[in-house]
Design a protein around this ligand. Sequence first.
Ligand code: ACO
Length: 335
Amino acid sequence: MNDTIQSVIRSNAAITAIGTYVPERILTNADLEKLVDTNDEWIVQRTGIQERHIAADHQFTSHLCFAAVQNMIERYNVEVNDIDYILVATSTPDAVFPSVASQVQAHFGIENCGAADLQAACAGFAAAIQLANGLLLSGAYRKVLVIGAETLSKITDYSDRSTCILFGDGAGAFLMESSDDGSGDVVSMYSITDGARGHQLYRSSLASAIGDHAIHANGLIVQNGREVYRWAVSHVAAGVKQLMTRSNLSAADIDWFIPHSANMRIIEALCERTGFTLDQTLSSIQRFGNTSAASIPLAIDEAVKAGTLKQDQLMLLYGFGGGLTQAGIIIRWSL
Ligand code: ACO
């Protein structure tokens, strides 16, 4: 079936390796019961989350990236010294600058390599794959490392019970290389942004307003959970359908749906509205919580480790979140 699927964009990018890492410390729903007035039943019923991994005090996003890339090197025996661009999607960089990508470059001692962080919140990983495809297609770069990584626990308000139950920490990396025969794994892509709703989900930095909306300038994640939920099930579902329409594909043509693991109720609603079954949907929500830019590679790697993914299967990856922004790609799995 998938042999007949034609790419609707140009791509010469092959995904050649994947690696992931989550910190050791686990924060269970029972642990959260000790912090805020909540309970396991409420959390599981509303979000599907059972536990999340939390970085140690001394562990920052760059450290999670180092471990995910090391995991990739050990599993796929890949060379990283000739990587010529590093893109890190994150909303929780160790510092605004230097970028986390620069720290990855330094850690692995990669010479002759560009590096930049990308901030598109939970859409970051899919957006970074889109950009990596363009970098490779330009011919200026041949080997791009794409990482989605977060230490959301460091910007989570653990006194806000409707927010702190959601978030966890983790990192996932894809190695993308120009293919020898010029054929690419990226079949299609789509993005859309609704900046007018940006104040519904934010983490403040310099300003105390977003547009005309005053915000809490406390540097922690603030969200209007209900509004974000409504936007996700309507606008994000429409975006997923738009991506499929542009690709001349339906849910039945695609083997795996990997939406951002925001929460299980959102994933179920997206499936219902887009025609995907839960059986063809991969998520990392149950064990890792919402890990923003890391959630999609974590979900994919769980399936890689379980041997669930088969070569040449089609996957629709769809990130969405702060911005509010959406980024989706359809890829052919070639690992
Ligand atoms: N434990 C127990 N009760 C709680 C908790 C909790 N952790 N949190 C809120 N409640 C209570 C509220 O106080 C409220 O009580 P009340 O009726 O007495 O006032 C009741 O539960 C319902 O509160 P809501 O906020 O309306 O709960 P809702 O059903 O909307 O669920 C949730 C909250 C899970 C956050 C939901 O709105 C949601 O999933 N929103 C999407 C947000 C999201 O996924 N954000 C992730 C970042 S964005 C992204 O990744 C796309």
